[in-house]
Ligand binder design. Structure first.
Ligand code: XIL
Length: 386
């Protein structure tokens, strides 16, 4: 599963800002129509929660704040944003010495101008294919552990210094648990003497920098069958953090939920609800908060028809939110994009066999809200206050 789920992603980072732009550059909805649509953040806020989305800094035909149609969706629905790629090492670190802050700075400026918070994603995406190629090929010299620690801590202190007081929640480490429950290894983790050493140092450095920020471990273990080992690996990592006194406040649950097989009797896909609740219970029992950091619905196995598909996607999400919102530890819900046209899933393998676009987000290509939007609104409306 690992290979099919993550395969081919490396190729798309370069395309991230241009992907999915061509076919969908539809005009913005009329203001009249827009005013009747619920603001998801407003509904969340009434419950002591926040709703938000990923956004990019690409051109005006992408899921960027520069796209006026997309920006109007963000302004309607979001109280918090996260940069889809612009804070990752691949974007921030063109080489070992320099930082390219400009694209992220623009996203932050857009958020602040519109009174939205911003999350930091991510100080270390700990998978070899998501490290900058210079880092995977880096010569750590005669004292590799010291050099690796220097590189990591310099990165974290530079970024957190720059955004001090403006970013209050970071995905300090992203995806260091593999789907077979072992820990990922990269050039920098080998140089420093092991993944735990690297990850612990990342959190310790972030905490020393930001005593009051929310420090998050973020990963994609999910509720579908096939995630058992991944979930177990994440629990083990979280237990280890507590045993070692590593300062981690919350688990970021990416929530790229998936309909991998179609069950005509339910109209959606299988999930392990009981096991998922057990997982969440164990996480909160260790005193971690939880966040939904990257929500979308991969509908690749659903039949093509749009209206039936949109209903199935919405039903599947509704079932998911019914579980998640039971946990008062959940206060932030972020979608990984608001509009189907610009979703990363359009490039993520496997693609739909019928060649149609995935319908993964709250809004369709013409910026019209889909049943997923109304189900999210309803879920937030019925959530208990926190
Ligand atoms: C994805 C972006 O959406 C793509 O544009 C990029 O090519 C690859 O990364 N888990 C994460 C996110 O933590 O950072 C990923 O974002 C999606 C999966």
């Amino acid at each position: 599963m690992e290979m099919t789920r993550r395969e081919g992603l490396a190729a798309v980072l370069a395309l991230a800002t241009t992907a999915c732009s061509g076919n969908y550059s539809s005009p913005v909805n009329s203001v009249g129509a827009a005013s009747t649509i619920d603001s998801l953040h407003k509904l969340a806020k009434a419950k002591g929660m926040r709703f938000g989305s990923a956004v990019g800094a690409g051109h005006s035909g992408s899921g960027s704040f520069r796209n006026t149609g997309y920006a109007s969706l963000l302004k309607r629905d979001c109280g918090i944003l996260v940069a889809e790629n612009e804070m990752k090492w691949q974007s921030l670190r063109p080489d070992p010495l320099s930082f390219n802050f400009a694209p992220f700075d623009e996203i932050l400026a857009f958020a602040e101008k519109n009174n939205m918070a911003t999350r930091g994603h991510t100080l270390m995406w700990h998978r070899p294919q998501w490290q900058p190629s210079w880092l995977e090929a880096y010569d750590f010299g005669t004292n590799p552990a010291t050099e690796a620690a220097r590189l990591l801590t310099t990165h974290i202190t530079t970024v957190t210094d720059r955004y001090r007081g403006r970013i209050l929640s970071y995905d300090v480490v992203n995806e260091t648990v593999m789907e077979d429950s072992t820990l990922a290894q990269t050039a920098i983790s080998r140089a420093i003497g092991g993944t735990e050493t690297l990850v612990d140092l990342a959190f310790q450095t972030a905490r020393a920098q930001l005593p009051d920020a929310q420090l998050v471990y973020n990963d994609y273990m999910s509720w579908e069958p096939g995630n058992e080992k991944h979930r177990a690996g994440v629990l083990k990592l979280l237990e280890g953090f507590r045993a070692r006194g590593v300062p981690v406040d919350a688990l970021g649950i990416q929530s790229h939920i998936r309909i991998d097989t179609y069950d005509p009797s339910t109209g959606t896909g299988p999930r392990q609800e009981r096991e998922w609740r057990k997982f969440l219970d164990e996480v909160v029992a260790m005193n971690y908060d939880i966040l939904i950091t990257e929500f979308d619905v991969n509908d690749q196995a659903l039949p093509g028809d749009f209206s039936a598909r949109d209903r199935s996607v919405a039903d599947y999400a509704k079932a998911y939110f019914e579980v998640m919102l039971d946990y008062p530890q959940l206060k932030d819900v972020l979608a990984w994009g608001m509009c189907d046209s610009y979703s990363w899933l359009q490039e993520f393998k496997p693609l739909r066999t019928d060649g149609l676009a995935k319908r993964a987000c709250p809004y369709s290509a013409d910026f019209a809200p889909k049943p997923l939007h109304s189900k999210l609104a309803a879920a937030l409306q019925t959530a208990s206050a926190r």
